[in-house]
Ligand binder design. Structure first.
Ligand code: APR
Ligand code: PHB
Length: 404
């Protein structure tokens, strides 16, 4: 067994782990990342692409903003379509200047990976049997195997950035953990194509045939989604069938001018809301998907991970710069306040914009009556400036909370 030492052991080399590692390095806090798969595999995951104002600022603080600034697209507004009627939510005007940046998660992950490599920071890819130990003690450690070698990584703190299926959340005893989950009765069929986006800004479409979303990755690459039943398989959907259904759900003028083309990626993702409380146990901190999952309707998945990183960075900087070890006990409470706010917003957007059929939130209610409630709710929020401001504030992201 080979013994290694660091200050912060990071389990998981996805966006959460990489962003945390880069920021800790900036402030002179040593860290090691243990990642189960290869770097190429991590980059192969197609994910979302909307960065809140706060996330973009964190990327700048980490010093990896170059490509985001040149290739990312600042969006000052977002469009909603309710059965073909469009309303624009002016994010910049309604929030006093905040915007979102449209820049793929894969790109941000690549930028962080390259920065870590350039700084020659220790990252163990294809690490297996990763297991946190003694997380309640002052000398926690993580064991893992890599390249046929057994390792013991001694550290002060462990950041569980290992996603929904990781080992970190399971390290919190079942009788200490409280998990909350809502699985939605539909999925999102997503398609990526090298065609120009159909709209300058994103379009969230509520339609009686089902939800649709028009997003983008660049001036020549588009990302689209349509709500599909959970029973659908991706092979049930030809590219032609996808484009035809998408056009039926988007505003007619947008559909009429839409450029279509062959998919370069097509997949169905389930939708769930999930939260684990607490988000820490002794010197183990859960970050990102390890602690929570949101339906993508609010574009919060990646942004919530960034919010956790921002809070954990404040905690660890105070520990190492001021010697205040007590402040670690603030992490879970602060992180969960932001998590539950974004979970509610994502659930609300999902509830308003999707067709639930017989499986709406209130099963005692006639589905058509529920749909009229939801249509009335979304039309109310879109028709009033105060309503649009509520959506805008949540969409660009509330300010990060400071430590007490
Ligand atoms: N040991 C080491 N690494 C692990 C383990 C383990 N036991 N289990 C999982 N991992 C790695 C995964 O291979 C993955 O690369 O942890 C990483 C977790 O990354 P994500 O699942 O992307 O989670 P996170 O970094 O929190 O990013 C959240 O990703 O899933 C999207 O919508 C989500 O945009 C959000 C973002
Ligand atoms: C995406 O571009 O993949 C995307 C954008 C906004 C969302 C979800 C996904 O709400």
């Amino acid at each position: 067994m080979k013994t290694l030492k660091t200050q912060v052991a990071i389990i998981g080399g996805g966006p959460s782990g990489l962003l945390l590692g880069q920021l800790l390095h900036k402030y002179g806090i040593d860290n090691v990342i243990l990642e189960r798969v290869t770097g190429d595999y991590v980059l192969g995951r197609i994910r979302a692409g909307i960065l809140e104002q706060g996330f973009a600022d964190l990327v700048r603080e980490a010093g990896v903003e170059q490509r985001m600034e040149t290739e990312g697209h600042v969006h000052e507004g977002v469009l909603f379509s309710v059965n073909g009627k469009e309303t624009r939510v002016d994010l910049k005007k309604l929030t006093g200047g905040d915007e979102v940046v449209c820049y793929g998660q894969v790109e941000i992950t690549q930028d962080l990976m390259e920065a870590r490599q350039a700084a020659n920071l220790p990252t163990y890819y294809e690490a297996s049997n990763v297991q946190p130990h003694d997380v309640k003690s002052d000398a926690p450690y993580v064991t893992f195997t890599q390249g046929g070698e057994e390792y013991r990584l001694e550290c002060d703190y462990i950041a569980g950035c290992d996603g929904f299926h990781g080992v970190s959340r399971q390290t919190i005893p079942a009788d200490v953990r409280q998990e909350f989950e809502r699985v939605y009765p539909f999925g999102w069929l997503g398609l990526l194509a090298d065609v120009p986006p159909c709209s300058e800004e994103l379009i969230y479409a509520k339609h009686e045939r089902g939800f649709a979303l028009a997003s983008q990755r660049s001036p020549t690459r588009s990302r689209y989604y349509i709500q599909v039943p959970l029973t659908d398989k991706v092979e049930d959907w030809s590219d032609e069938a996808f484009w035809e259904e998408l056009k039926l759900r988007l505003p007619p003028d947008v559909a009429a001018n839409m450029q279509t083309g062959p998919s370069i990626e097509k997949s169905i993702a389930p939708l769930r809301s999930f939260v684990c409380e607490p988000m820490q146990y002794g010197n183990l901190f859960l970050v990102g998907d390890a602690a929570h999952i949101v339906p993508p309707t609010g574009a919060k998945g990646l942004n919530l991970a960034a919010g956790d990183v921002a809070t954990l960075l404040k905690v660890l900087r105070r520990v190492y710069e001021q010697g205040d070890k007590e402040c670690i006990n603030q992490y879970s409470e602060i992180a969960l306040r932001r998590v539950w706010n974004a979970e509610r917003f994502s659930w609300w957007m999902t509830s308003m914009l999707h067709e639930f059929g017989d499986e709406g939130n209130d099963s005692a209610m006639d589905p058509q009556m529920r749909d009229r409630f939801m249509t009335s709710e979304v039309n109310y929020f879109l028709s009033s400036e105060n309503g649009r401001r509520v959506i805008a504030e949540q969409y660009v992201g509330l300010p990060y909370e400071d430590l007490a």
